[in-house]
Design a protein around this ligand. Structure first.
Ligand SMILES: Nc1ncnc2c1ncn2[C@@H]1O[C@H](COP(=O)(O)OP(=O)(O)O)[C@@H](O)[C@H]1O
Ligand SMILES: [Mg+2]
Length: 370
């Protein structure tokens, strides 16, 4: 499911009430600082993933002096306009209610399946800079859509790992801690296989988009997958047994699927050390476009791309390049900018421009857009 036909917000950040019917191509949201541009992108990301990229505190999301926020999207298949779903989220300080087609949804996962969104913000280059968590999330986003069993395995792994770490912290008897190991290892190896297969499938797309966005770089990117335990470990269970004393000392499990990572290298050097800041941003765009292309191939539906403050992200030449690629890939995109003139309109027939003031997006008439 893969285009947002309409979204409504109520009492979210500075937006009291908004309703937007979106175009299938570019939806450009223009506004001054503090108009509510990022909030709009944040609202859609929140509905799709259950998380904000700015805060973990619900009260920051709900409009001041209100008790709850309501987010709603109608999504539609890009192949069949009759195949649509209504997704909703109601958030108060104490609870979140999710709805799909008027029924209470059992979990965020079911909304995520119907609303596959990708996000590019001026902070996205942190994917390369920060610890492995963001890179695992990147990889697992793909694994989730690629493999039906991935989410189940991931949840089981989280649950068992938590139990084991809890037992380690409480210094329970050795056999009570190691009780978890065979199952943990079995699941870790399955997760590992899915992640490896995903990265292998992703790499050719990544090479293509690196070439498209950064033709000046001669070296091909190499994605080095790290399982979360030393390379050439013949038996993960044995390794965990050998590391038992260290695990107890640390109070957590050192090796496992929860420590996986990816290293991106150009000519043998880490991307973070060899690419300029601008190139790092382009590389993150290439990663997202590669994911989007692979997703389309596997799921047969495109993703939706949310891009906050595009001019802060890329220079003019690369903005144009990215917009061309999004158009070729047939990806619905929601872009924010402080100025309309900074965003080239490549396909006026599938473009809509909104001006946001005090959280309220107002559609520009087509004749006033350029
Ligand atoms: N919970 C809230 N209730 C009301 N206003 C809020 C809330 N959270 C943030 N704001 C305000 O919303 C405005 C919009 O912020 P933001 O979406 O970041 O704007 P932009 O991205 O357009 O610069 C800011 O003025 C901010 O202070
Ligand atoms: Mg902003």
């Amino acid at each position: 499911m893969t285009q947002i036909r309409q979204f409504n917000l109520q009492n979210f950040r500075n937006c009291s009430q908004a309703q937007c019917s979106l175009s299938s191509g570019l939806n450009l949201f223009v506004g001054d600082n503090a108009a509510g541009k990022t909030s709009l992108i944040e609202a859609i990301w929140l509905l799709a993933t259950g998380r904000s990229f700015r805060t973990s505190k619900t009260q920051h999301l709900i409009q001041h002096h209100q008790n709850e926020s309501t987010l709603f999207c109608e999504v539609v298949s890009s192949h069949d306009a009759l195949k649509s779903h209504r997704l909703g989220m109601q958030k108060s300080a104490v609870q979140t209610t999710l709805r799909i087609d008027g029924e209470t949804a059992k979990g965020q996962i079911h909304i995520a399946e119907l609303l596959p969104v990708q996000l590019l913000t001026p902070e996205s280059h942190r994917l390369l800079e920060e610890g492995p968590k963001a890179r695992r999330q990147f990889m697992d986003w793909g694994c989730f859509y690629q493999s039906q069993e991935f989410i189940q395995l991931w949840r089981q792994h989280q649950r068992i790992l938590k139990q084991r770490n809890h037992a380690l912290k409480r210094r329970l008897p050795r056999e009570q801690i190691q009780l978890w190991d065979p199952q943990l290892v079995e699941i870790a190896l399955k997760i590992d296989a899915i992640r490896q297969a995903y990265l292998e499938a992703l790499t050719p797309y990544l090479l293509t988009f690196c070439q498209a966005l950064m033709p000046e770089i001669e070296e091909e990117v190499v994605c080095q997958y790290r399982s979360g335990w030393p390379k050439n470990t013949p038996n993960l269970l044995d390794l965990m047994t050998q590391n038992f004393a260290k695990d107890v000392q640390l109070g957590h499990t050192q090796h496992g699927a929860h420590r996986a990572d990816i290293r991106f290298k150009f000519g043998g050097l880490e991307a973070i050390n060899t690419l300029s800041r601008g190139q790092q941003k382009l590389f993150v765009c290439a990663l997202l476009l590669a994911q989007a292309s692979l997703h389309e191939k596997v799921v047969n539906e495109p993703v939706i791309m949310l891009i906050d403050d595009l001019p802060a992200e890329l220079d003019e030449t690369h903005r144009l390049k990215l917009l061309e690629l999004l158009q070729i890939l047939n990806i619905q995109h929601l872009i924010t900018s402080t100025s309309e003139s900074l965003i080239p309109i490549l396909a006026p027939e599938t473009t809509q421009i909104w001006h946001i003031q005090a959280g309220n997006p107002i559609l520009q008439k087509p004749e006033t857009s350029n």
